[in-house]
Structure formats: C-alpha cells, structure tokens
Design a protein around this ligand. Structure first.
Ligand code: DX5
Ligand code: ZN
Length: 206
C-alpha cells in the first residue's frame, strides 16, 4: 500500500510538517488546496503551495478542493506529480488532456454523496480516482464506511487499471477494509501527523 501524508492539520507549522514527511518513509506529500468556495476554508494559496513543493523531497499528490477550472490550471503550473480535482466541477475531457500534456498524472476526486456514474465519461483520460471517505473541508473527521461499497461497485464497472485512492479518516482501524475494497493508495492526515513517530503510523497502513 502506498501512503500519502496530508499536512492539513499542521497548517500552522507547515515547514516542520514537511520536514517530518521528508524524513519519513511516506510515498507522497498530500497538499489539500481549498478555495473558500468549494469548501468553506482557504488553504494553500498558490504561493504557499509553491513553497511547500520546493521544500518537499517527496512526490507531490495535490488535492484541489476548488470550484473553478481556471484555478486547476493555475495549480497545474506548479507541476505536482499527481493533480486531483473534483468530478463535481468538471465540464468536459479537455482539461484532462491539458494537464496530461504537462506531464502530470491526473485524478478526479468524488464526494461521498456523488454517484460513480459521474466518473464514467472520464475514466479513459485519468490515472487516478480519489474516493472521499469524509465530506471534504477538514481533517480529523470520522470515516464514512459506505464509500467502500462505492469503490467495489466502481471497480466492477471498469476494468481500466486506475490508481484507487481514498481520503478521510484513514487509520489503523479503517485500513483493513480499505485494502479489501481494492485501494492502492491511501491519504492519511491526522492519524500520522498527530504522532511524534510518523513512520510507525505509516508502517501500520502498509
Ligand atoms: C479533507 C482532506 C483530507 C484530510 C484528511 O478534506 O482532503 O486530505 O486532510 O485528514 P484525516 O486523515 O485526518 O481525515
Ligand atoms: Zn485531501
């Protein structure tokens, strides 16, 4: 299992958190961008995201909780390894091609309430699906187990070899069911960053 560590809950001591992720065995640094419209909060404006990326030694897994496709393109200019935005805002496949042409792997995130058929027109043009297991907007929320059935249903519907990522409430209690549902990458925030020993938490998710 690949692990992507979200530093959202460490927003007030970002450099310290990026350093701890750098020193850990995490596969990715997960950057949660929020625009104050798609979700209430504002986090990782472009300049902050840029600084975080330049300080990070890990691959960047960027999760855009933004309402505007122009904003998606702006963040693509930072060249993260993975760029994921929400299926709830996509209009057509053109933006996926634009991002791929920049050499970035592209993902679509899907909220707990959104049906998987929303994803189907795009699956040939994406590398990853990010299933939200909480309502997006903040860290430290409780895992919504219903999402696991959605993942299983999605995997039955498509035989394309996509990265299946999950985000929200991932910890040592929820990880077994997440593995069983077929996820290949997990995002974990507070479970890892509330600890002094990131690696012991990361190992428990592998
Ligand atoms: C929620 C964010 C998550 C969040 C996960 O909107 O997308 O990445 O930081 O935090 P935990 O693991 O604490 O639920
Ligand atoms: Zn996220």
């Amino acid at each position: 299992m690949k692990v992507s560590v979200s530093i959202l809950k460490e927003y007030n001591r970002l450099i310290n958190a990026v350093r701890k992720v750098n020193e850990s065995k995490a596969d990715f640094l997960h950057v949660d961008v929020m625009d104050g419209v798609f979700v209430d909060d504002v986090k990782f404006p472009l300049e902050v995201a840029k600084d975080v990326i330049s300080y990070s030694k890990k691959k960047i897994d960027m999760h855009l909780m933004v309402n505007d496709l122009d904003t998606v393109i702006k963040y693509a200019s930072l060249k993260p390894d993975y760029l994921t935005f929400h299926v709830e805002i996509i209009k057509d496949n053109k933006i996926l091609h634009k991002i791929k042409n920049l050499g970035i792997k592209v993902g679509l995130a899907i909220n707990p309430e959104t049906k998987i058929n929303k994803l189907l027109p795009y699956i040939d043009d994406i590398d990853l699906v990010l299933f939200m297991s909480v309502n997006p907007g903040k860290g430290g929320q409780e895992f919504k187990g219903e999402v696991l059935d959605k993942i299983k249903e999605f995997k039955k519907t498509t035989n394309k070899d996509l990265i299946i990522n999950i985000d929200g409430g991932i910890n040592d209690k929820t990880i077994d069911a997440v593995k069983e549902a077929g996820c290949t990458l997990v995002v974990s925030g507070s479970y890892v960053t509330n600890s002094d020993n990131y690696d012991s938490k990361i190992s428990s998710l592998r």
